[in-house]
Design a binder for this molecule. Structure first.
Ligand code: ZN
Length: 300
């Protein structure tokens, strides 16, 4: 299984365009601290890759990953499609950047597809440019592509809708509170049996996710805040209280172990999250002065 991590940041990235907190300012001064939006590239077969989520950074992420570069023919691309773990803007806006393709294959759960088609009107906007080929994503493992040793399956983790989809009617095959609004993605190499679990948006730690983590060889999991009230002191009364939609890094549930051989790596850090590439001390809870604008913007 070949996977490239294209980004690890939560909504806005690091630095966020309208933020001058110490984390974002530090990232501007030290390019090595910058973090693009959370995304993976997964190799389905030789010369055939899928993105896991399509972020606003998609163009830059493709350029920074040689495996995704086009060639040798002028318009031949190894990028075969996009797998979506949810319908959040930070994970879907990049689809529009693929409109130069003849067709865009999108693998998504029923509620996510419904949100993109009836909430964002993605079909009406993009089909004049490119064909949208939809494939279902559900709990049953399915081959990622016809010639691929990889299988993908969804582990439902949350019924949290994006804000733009709050008032949408459910699709015919979609229960109103369907917890497939947000899923973790299970990738299994059918030749080796090894697996990766990717959960870039994890508000809680459901039992089903724990079981999936226990059976995975590697888990990349959402974990951002140090404490529930971390953004609050700087956020003013405009920001509502938790739940954030992101697990705390210090949450005992988020630290529960998987199988003895499993490895876990953090995902979706914000500008206040220390990362291995930085030597910054643990951030102050008042670090980010723009949480009031940041939090409503991302819904996290
Ligand atoms: Zn910031």
């Amino acid at each position: 299984m070949r996977v490239r991590v294209l980004g690890t940041a939560a909504g806005g990235g690091v630095p966020q365009w309208n933020c001058a907190c110490p984390g974002c300012s530090g990232a501007r001064a030290h390019p090595g601290w910058r973090r693009r939006h959370a995304s993976l590239a997964v190799q389905a077969a030789e010369g055939r890759w899928y993105l896991v989520n399509a972020t606003p950074d998609l163009g830059e992420q493709v350029e920074e990953c040689p495996e995704l570069h086009p060639g040798p023919e002028p318009r031949r691309t190894p990028l075969a499609g996009v797998i979506l773990t949810d319908a959040e803007l930070d994970h879907t806006l990049g689809i529009a950047r693929l409109r130069e393709a003849d067709g865009i294959e999108i693998v998504a759960t029923a509620p996510v597809r419904n949100a993109l088609l009836t909430g964002l009107h993605l079909g009406e906007v993009l089909t004049p440019y490119a064909r949208l080929d939809w494939r279902p994503l559900d709990p049953g493992d399915r081959p990622l592509a016809e010639d691929s040793p990889l299988a993908i399956g969804a582990v439902p983790v949350s019924a949290k809708r994006p804000r733009y989809a709050a008032g949408l009617d459910a699709a015919d095959d979609d229960a109103p509170d369907d917890d497939a609004w947000v899923v973790a993605l299970r990738l299994t190499d059918r030749t080796t049996g090894r697996s990766l679990l990717y959960a870039p948006a994890l508000a809680t730690w459901p039992d089903a996710f724990q079981r999936a983590a226990e059976s995975a060889d590697h888990v990349i999991v959402d974990g951002t805040f140090w404490s529930d009230d971390e953004p609050s002191p700087a956020a003013s009364a405009r920001a509502p209280p938790p739940p954030w939609g992101i697990c705390r890094s210090t949450d005992p549930a988020a630290r529960r172990g998987g199988s003895p051989h499993s490895k876990r790596a953090p995902c979706t850090p914000t500008s206040t999250t220390p990362t291995p590439s930085t030597t910054r001390p643990r951030p102050s809870t008042r670090c980010c002065g723009n949480w009031a604008s940041r939090w409503p913007q991302t819904g996290w």
